[in-house]
Design a protein around this ligand. Structure first.
Ligand code: COA
Length: 439
């Protein structure tokens, strides 16, 4: 075991009151399959015990978990201990016979550790031989020997186990049609398993805090951006995360909606990543992940609490839950990973059909400066135009500069307001700036 790297529980632990927050995820995640890929380095960390408890929590919330594990660290350690040189530690490149033999030993040991930990948490689990593999063969003239690629995954076996409430544990080892053993890279294997089982998430638990591009930790990144970065400037992605980044792109392109990279050494990181809109690692998402949609009645309470702090700071006009509900047709929300992080309203005035008013624009602070506010304004502008408006109005007390500098509005005055709106404007006493944009 390595030196403890876990963050003290008090700093990150989920409070009982957070259960309310977690509860909203349960209907969404019910019976979905998550493939959790544990790096060898995470298995060697003191936080493994906590991670396995977290996996038990996911199971108790009816999330179906399949575990894939790596062995790089253990294989490298075994090689040093026995003074047997290995041709690679991660299952890419050539795997010669001695490396394969050590890999099988390391893998048995790691699987056993996981099996033991899950058993201690009251979970049923099973190590499987569900991975059929073929030798990678000769690449650029070099025989890769015992390095394998996935040929077929025995989905039926895995589904049977899952249905029987048994967590499958998948080793980075496959079996060729002749029964011979081959070594497979576990990053790749996790993706292949997720694809075969139609999983909704792959969660890579690694010994890094997430994906760093040019040294900067990314909390979320669209697959298109990541693909372009990997194609044009691969060296900007930290080498330690490049394999996972490449596999994440492949996974999302083949239909898995989300891939997470999470530091498995940090206490509660898995639960915090799954059960919070902000996450603690890096989320790599498909194009359909961020979106604006019309709000529904079930969003009322959330919109009310979302905007409450801005109302307190007088950035937004106060609206009761009842008022939000009454006007819910005017609201649009922006979702990140199916969580509402921003809202905006669009209102029309019967006596001034050429005008539409944008209001209640609010972006959660965590998501500021990522273009969400601008997107919401652009969306409102497009929608207003579609519905026949020629001008978009906005009133702002504290952020008029956002509308004028960033969103193409001009400052106007209250004479631009429809008669009905002028009355409420004057009655409010807020003296907000009146901003107008031609559509
Ligand atoms: C104003 C608000 C919607 C901006 O949301 P956002 O998602 O951070 O905006 P974007 O990421 O699209 O744009 C950020 C850009 O706007 C600029 N910006 C934000 N507020 C600004 C202001 N008051 N004056 C000038 N520029 C501003 C930022 O500096 C940033 O510029 P950059 O692109 O050069 O980095 C957000 O801060 C918010 O919700 N504020 C509280 C509610 C509010 O005031 N709503 C408006 C009244 S209806």
């Amino acid at each position: 075991m390595s030196a403890p790297t876990s963050v003290p529980a008090a700093e990150t632990s989920i409070k009982p009151t957070d259960l309310r927050g977690i509860l909203k995820y349960i209907p969404r995640f019910r019976d979905q399959i998550f493939v959790v890929a544990l790096d060898g380095a995470v298995i060697a960390d003191d936080n493994l015990t906590n991670l396995l408890v977290d996996i038990a929590v996911l199971r108790s919330l009816t999330i179906k978990v399949v575990l894939v594990h790596g062995i790089s660290q253990q294989l490298a350690e075994l090689s040093t201990l026995r003074e047997i040189p290995i041709t690679n530690a991660d299952g890419t490149g050539v795997t010669d016979r001695p490396t394969l033999d050590l890999a099988v030993r390391a893998s048995s040991r790691v699987s056993h550790l996981v099996l033991e930990g899950l058993t201690q948490n009251g979970l049923k689990c099973a190590i499987t031989n569900a991975i059929r593999a073929l030798p990678v063969g000769i690449i650029r003239g070099v025989d890769q020997q015992f390095t394998g690629r996935v040929d077929r995954i025995d989905k039926d076996t895995l589904h049977h186990l899952i249905a029987a409430d048994i967590v499958p544990i998948i080793q980075p080892i496959g079996f060729a049609p002749n029964g011979h053993t081959l070594r497979i890279n576990s990053d790749l294997l996790a993706i292949e398993v997720a694809e075969a089982l139609d999983a909704t998430k792959v969660i890579y638990l690694t010994n890094q805090d997430g994906l760093r591009i040019n040294g900067e930790l990314r909390r979320d990144i669209a697959v298109d951006t990541l693909r372009k970065t990997l194609d044009s400037v691969p060296e900007s992605v930290a080498p330690t995360a490049r394999s996972k980044a490449l596999h994440a792109v492949k996974a999302i392109e083949s239909g898995i909606p989300r891939v997470h990279l999470v530091d498995g050494r940090v206490y509660d990181s898995l639960l915090n990543e799954v059960f919070s809109s902000e996450g603690v690692g890096t989320l790599i998402y498909g194009n359909d992940y961020q979106q604006v949609r019309k709000a529904t009645r079930s969003d009322v309470r959330f919109i009310h609490s979302l905007t409450r702090s801005a109302v307190k700071r007088e950035e937004l006009l106060h609206r009761t839950q009842q008022a939000i509900e009454k006007n819910i047709d005017q609201f649009y929300v922006f979702e990140v990973d199916e969580n509402i992080v921003a809202c905006v309203t669009l209102q029309f005035y019967p006596d001034r059909p050429e005008l539409a008013e944008l209001g209640s624009l609010y972006v959660m602070p965590f998501h500021h400066k990522r273009g969400v506010g601008r997107k919401m304004v652009e969306f409102a502008a497009l929608r207003a135009k579609e519905l026949g408006a020629k001008y978009l109005l906005a009133l702002s007390t504290q952020n008029p500069g956002f509308f004028t500098n960033v969103c193409g509005f001009d400052e106007s005055d209250k004479s631009a307001l429809p008669a009905e709106r002028l009355k409420t404007y004057e009655a409010s006493g807020r003296n907000a700036k009146v901003l107008v944009r031609a559509l």
